[in-house]
Write a protein that binds this ligand. Structure first.
Ligand SMILES: [Zn+2]
Length: 420
């Protein structure tokens, strides 16, 4: 039976056939359930017992899962449970953003074991950040013997084949252009480990899919509307990430929402991300609090999006005006997304998602006023409830995805096995 879930799996499996799809089904169930017997796995995945036995044997051999005592089934029969090895192979996720970078070490169950997050100075190049990232990653590889791959998420427009970022724009700041990552994030620089680079919005899609707590089922056309330091979109159409001819599609942040607006570094005028990225949101908050000495926004030296949303919820007028402005522009972007892609769902993600239902209601209202009623009524507009940085987890998911497609990368040798 072709279910929405099965379609979803096609998203990370362009060519490698049934085995990969079925491995992922089994790993995802173990990730969510913690432990399961082979019989339970067969029931949950729709696979035959024989197929489950074959795949689990393969996953045990690659050090991915292990047997973990006995579980009592519904009929009182005790069977061997399986679980993901907590000491199994690991991946490193790197998130490169405009003003900061993060490096995280993850196991396959989505546990983040280590994290380093550092600021990048406004308007500075990335050279120092690249050097620090390299040093952190090499430190993890030295400490953990079973790192299988490294995933990197980068802002765009990003040309995936050339591994080149065309432009990183930031309103009021000198843009960075034509950053060739093919040498910087290369296997040679990272201890020979495979390194896979992905556009950040597409990495976010994979995070939702791999680590999404709600078991959200993707069906039809789903848009991951990334609202972080930049604005972008990851679009999944019929189970496949839509990348465009060069991998630089769905740059919704560079859609014009004011044709007479200031010129963006991309060449367009009044680009969406100049109005509703988290950086634009904070810039607006700093400006408004200067004009409102009694605003609670003045209680903090440095503001975060969360603080502004909190103040707005508590009735602070300056903060409420910031949220209304951001919601208006996020709504305009959403209207463009719906008119272009006719999605079944759009998920507001990343930093601005801390606005939760409060923000969502305002964005929905903008969409309701500007969309054809039929289109508005048939699209699910949601806000992500992902705990943690979905783009950093997405970078890890990019690495996991690679490993499952390339089982040779899972050459994990543990000390105790060497001693035996
Ligand atoms: Zn632009």
């Amino acid at each position: 039976m072709k279910t929405a879930k099965a379609k979803n799996i096609v998203m990370v499996d362009n060519a490698d056939g049934m085995l990969l799809r079925n491995q992922i089904k089994i790993l995802q169930h173990l990730q969510r359930a913690g432990k399961a017997t082979r019989t339970e796995l067969a029931a949950h995945t729709g696979l035959t017992q024989a197929a489950v036995s074959k795949i689990t044997a393969h996953l045990i051999a690659t050090g991915t899962i292990e047997e973990a005592g006995l579980l009592t089934g519904r009929l009182g029969r005790r069977s061997i449970a399986l679980r993901i090895r907590s000491d199994g192979w690991k991946v490193i996720g790197i998130k490169l953003s405009r003003r900061n970078y993060s490096v995280g070490l993850f196991d396959l169950s989505g546990q983040m074991l280590r994290q380093v997050k550092r600021e990048i100075e406004v308007g500075q190049g990335f050279e120092e950040a690249f050097e620090r990232i390299r040093s952190t990653v090499l430190g993890y590889i030295a400490e953990f013997e079973d790192v299988a791959a490294i995933g990197v998420s980068v802002p765009g427009p990003f040309l995936s084949k050339e591994k080149k970022i065309l432009l990183i724009s930031e309103y009021g700041v000198e843009p960075r252009r034509d950053i060739d990552l093919s040498d910087i994030f290369s296997s040679r620089e990272f201890g020979g480990k495979p390194v896979i680079i992905s556009h950040d919005a597409n990495a976010g899609v994979l995070a939702d899919w791999w680590f999404g707590i709600e078991d959200r089922i993707f069906k039809g056309v789903v848009v991951h509307y990334l609202l972080g330091e930049g604005v972008g979109a990851g679009v999944i159409i019929d189970g496949q990430v839509f990348g465009g001819a060069q991998g630089a599609s769905a740059e919704i942040g560079h859609v014009s929402v004011d044709s007479e607006g200031e010129r963006c570094a991309c060449g367009n005028h009044g680009c969406l991300e100049m109005y509703c990225s988290s950086l634009a949101f904070l810039k607006d908050a700093y400006e408004r609090r200067r004009a409102a000495p009694h605003s609670s926004l003045n209680l903090h030296e440095h503001l975060t999006p969360e603080m502004v949303f909190e103040a707005a919820r508590a009735g602070d007028e300056a903060a409420a005006a910031c949220v209304d402005r951001a919601a208006y522009y996020i709504g305009l972007g959403l209207v463009n997304i719906v008119n272009c892609f006719n999605p079944s769902s759009v998920i507001l993600c990343n930093e601005m998602a801390v606005g939760g239902e409060f923000l969502l209601q305002k964005v929905r209202e903008v969409a309701r006023q500007r969309l054809l009623p039929y289109l508005f009524d048939t699209v699910d507009i949601l806000v992500s409830t992902f705990k943690g940085d979905d783009i950093l987890f997405g970078a890890a998911a990019v690495a996991i995805d690679y490993c499952l497609k390339n089982p040779n990368s899972l050459t994990v040798v543990r000390r105790e096995e060497v001693l035996l």
